[in-house]
Structure formats: structure tokens, C-alpha cells
Ligand binder design. Structure first.
Ligand code: FES
Length: 104
């Protein structure tokens, strides 16, 4: 069974910006942004060394981590520098203006 949580309003998501949203009861924030026209949600913590990914930046569809500069393709979650790393893409459901993600 999925653990679906509300993360933000759709209006809070700005194309080209990385915004991390705190989710009640969850240790790590969730980033919701656009990869091209696709709404994407991923963990707000780098799988390399736990650096906040919202401190990084977007380069096209790639999220670049401030920690060591590793890039993550948001269309797949794949790390472009280390194929053993990836970002989980959370399934997203939009209801009206509310954005929900399935964490599990
Ligand atoms: S902590 Fe993100 S690339 Fe190292």
C-alpha cells in the first residue's frame, strides 16, 4: 500500500527552480519541479553524501548537486556521473491545486 502525502500546491512549483518542501513526519524534504513539461518529485537529499539537493541547480532536465557536482537526470533519476547512484522519482498525483506523492 502506498504512503501518499501532500507536499505542496501546484502553484508553489516554479519551472526552473528547485524548491524543497517539508513533509510532516518525514525526515527528508521533497523537491517538486519540472523536467521540461513533466512534473517531477524526488528526495531532497543527495544519495551520494546527504547534501541538500535544493542547494544545487537545474541544467535543463539535470539536477546538479552542490556537494560534488554530480548530475541527476530528472527524467529518469539516473546519476550521470556514477551509474550506481540514482534519485527515486516519486509517483505524483495532482488533485485540484494540491500535489501528492507516494513515498512508498
Ligand atoms: S553530495 Fe551530492 S554529489 Fe556528492
Amino acid at each position: 500500500m502506498a504512503l501518499r502525502v501532500r507536499v505542496c500546491r501546484l502553484a508553489d512549483v516554479v519551472p526552473g527552480e528547485l524548491r524543497a518542501f517539508t513533509v510532516a513526519g518525514v525526515t527528508w524534504p521533497v523537491i517538486v519541479t519540472y523536467a521540461e513539461a513533466e512534473l517531477v518529485a524526488v528526495p531532497g537529499v543527495c544519495p551520494h553524501e546527504d547534501v541538500a539537493l535544493a542547494d544545487g541547480y537545474l541544467e535543463g532536465t539535470e539536477l546538479v548537486c552542490k556537494g560534488h557536482g554530480y548530475g541527476f537526470d530528472l527524467t529518469t533519476g539516473t546519476c550521470t556521473h556514477d551509474k550506481t547512484l540514482s534519485l527515486r522519482r516519486y509517483p505524483i498525483t495532482v488533485v485540484g491545486d494540491e500535489v501528492f506523492v507516494d513515498l512508498l
